[in-house]
Design a protein around this ligand. Structure first.
Ligand code: F3S
Length: 76
C-alpha cells in the first residue's frame, strides 16, 4: 500500500500537485497543499491505478519534496 501526506513547512504553494492530481491534493486558505482523501492524516492508502499514476506525477513535480510517501500509514 502507498500512503502520502504533505509536509506543510516545505510547501511553497506552487500548485503543481493539485494540477497533476486534483483528486489527491487540495489547498488550505494560504495555498498550502494537503493530502485530500484524509485531510493530510496520511492514513488512507492510494489504491486505484488512476490515482497512483496521478500521484506519481504530483510527487515527481513537487519542487520542494513536500509530498512524502511510504508504504505504511503515517503515525501523525
Ligand atoms: Fe506545495 Fe509541492 Fe504541491 S510545493 S503546492 S506540495 S507541488
Amino acid at each position: 500500500m502507498l500512503y502520502s501526506k504533505v509536509i506543510p513547512e516545505r510547501c511553497i504553494a506552487c500548485g503543481l500537485c493539485q494540477l497533476k492530481a486534483p483528486e489527491l491534493f487540495d489547498y488550505d486558505h494560504e495555498g498550502v497543499a494537503f493530502f485530500k482523501p484524509d485531510n493530510n492524516a496520511g492514513q488512507t492508502p492510494i489504491e486505484n491505478p488512476h490515482d497512483l499514476i496521478a500521484f506519481k506525477a504530483a510527487y515527481t513535480a513537487c519542487p520542494t519534496r513536500a509530498i512524502v510517501r511510504q508504504e505504511e500509514p503515517f503515525s501523525s
